[in-house]
Design a protein around this ligand. Structure first.
Ligand code: ADP
Ligand code: MG
Length: 403
């Protein structure tokens, strides 16, 4: 190149010698200029590469598990977001620019960085029952044999839940519709949840359980969405049983829906009614609910084609108590003189849950004394401990509603 700057034999032409020399000069300058520019770009590119690598590494480090799963509740005007973390508390978090605002719909699941809690990514699944706090079990490990003294209730639930799920054609043939919703009611601890789980087991159905009080207390503002998603999940995982425990918490008769909390509960109930109204009783989804307080339920729930089959769970009588004792003592190492019938005689007004607690307590007394076998005396202590004095004589406790 530099050779061109001093041509050896400049020759004249039509434009004159100096033109050629000037032209070569200008070319030379331009080449140098471009070469400089290229070097500068190369060094800048190296620099950018280095910065990029370091930022990428930092980004990966921030994204590295464990991330905290959370549900987006709301976005704020300043660009931040409100999320509920999977562990419960709500946080106001930063939203980095790499998250597009249109991705931030309330209800999406996000992953938060553990250190500064900013949103690192939007998680794909639109619902995750565990994150949402629903309890989903595929065929729970409880069978009818684990439910004591409720032969009639088992029979009824088999006809109204199991049969329509397993043999829908029977109902078609006879030309009747199975009940749509089944409501189990009775005092706490009488086996309602237990039987609901057993029917799911026996039908091999997916069992989706949600607790009414949690819908309105734990997932404030989201009760209605939870109900909708629960039914969506049930439709995806058929055959399925949707079980709403503590129904009264969302379905108490409305006295005065004046506070925002009441309105929220009401929205949840309205969504539930819409879901119940929207599905076919002959389909492969069954809806079950349980309550200790049927007296306070909103009558709208009990209309035909909603919860139209009611099953009462009474306190177990003596015979039933003996059966329940036997169920819970089955795996226990007890001495010969421990007799379920005799225990049943002495535990008037005990519920199934009380009986289970008595068995566990008796076992604890034995362990405390370093014995491997549970004796009669352990049961005596356990009964005294579990049953409040008022329950041992025959006077009914005032707060007990049933039995
Ligand atoms: N009829 C019963 N037979 C056997 N165990 C029972 C019975 N009723 C209650 N239990 C025991 O008590 C526990 C709690 O009962 P649960 O079904 O939750 O009562 P509810 O839902 O009516 O309040 C059950 O898991 C079970 O161990
Ligand atoms: Mg229960």
């Amino acid at each position: 190149m530099s050779g061109a700057a001093k041509p050896k034999e400049p020759r004249a032409n039509a434009f004159g010698e100096s033109y050629v020399t000037d032209y070569i000069h200008s070319l030379e300058n331009r080449v140098r200029e471009l070469e400089r520019e290229k070097r500068s770009l190369e060094s800048r590119s190296l620099h950018i590469d280095r910065e990029l690598r370091s930022l990428r590494a930092e980004f990966e480090r921030m994204r590295a598990p464990p991330l905290v799963a959370a549900t987006l509740l709301d976005t704020l005007a300043d660009g931040r977001a409100v999320v509920r973390s999977s562990t419960g508390p709500h946080f106001v978090v930063n939203v980095p620019q790499l998250i597009k605002p249109e991705q931030l719909k309330p209800g999406v699941r996000v992953a938060l960085n553990q250190r500064n809690l900013s949103i690192m990514e939007i998680l794909p699944s639109k619902k995750d029952p565990l994150v949402l706090g629903m309890e989903i079990e595929e065929a729970p490990e409880v069978s009818y044999a684990d439910v004591g003294g409720l032969a009639e209730q088992i029979q009824e639930i088999r006809e109204s839940v199991e049969l329509p799920l397993l043999k829908p054609e029977l109902f078609k043939k006879v030309g009747i519709e199975p009940p749509k919703g089944v409501l189990l009611y009775g005092a706490p601890g009488t086996g309602k949840t237990l039987l609901a789980r057993a029917v799911a087991h026996e039908t091999r159905a997916t069992f989706i359980r949600v607790i009414g009080s949690e819908l309105v207390q734990k997932y404030i503002g989201e009760g209605a969405r939870m109900v909708r998603e629960m039914f969506e999940l049930a439709r995806e995982k058929t055959p399925s049983i949707v079980f709403i425990d503590e129904l009264d918490a969302i379905a108490a008769r409305r006295l005065d829906a004046s506070t925002s909390g009441d309105r929220e509960v009401h929205r949840t109930l309205v969504q539930l009614l819409a879901e119940v109204d929207g599905f076919d009783p002959r389909g492969d989804i069954k809806i079950l609910a349980a309550t200790n307080r049927p007296d306070i339920l909103d009558p709208a729930l009990l209309r035909p084609r909603r919860f139209d089959r009611l099953i009462h769970f009474p306190l177990p009588n003596e015979e039933a108590r003996a059966i329940i004792f036997n169920i819970h003592m089955k795996g226990m190492n007890v001495t010969k003189n421990v007799d379920a019938k005799e225990l049943a005689k002495r535990t008037d007004r005990a519920t199934g849950a009380d009986i289970k607690a008595i068995c566990t307590e008796a076992g604890m007394f034995a362990i405390r004394e370093g014995r491997g076998r549970v004796e009669r005396a352990d049961f005596d202590l356990a009964i005294a401990k579990v049953l409040p004095p008022a329950k041992i004589p025959k006077t009914p406790k005032p707060e007990r509603m049933f039995g």
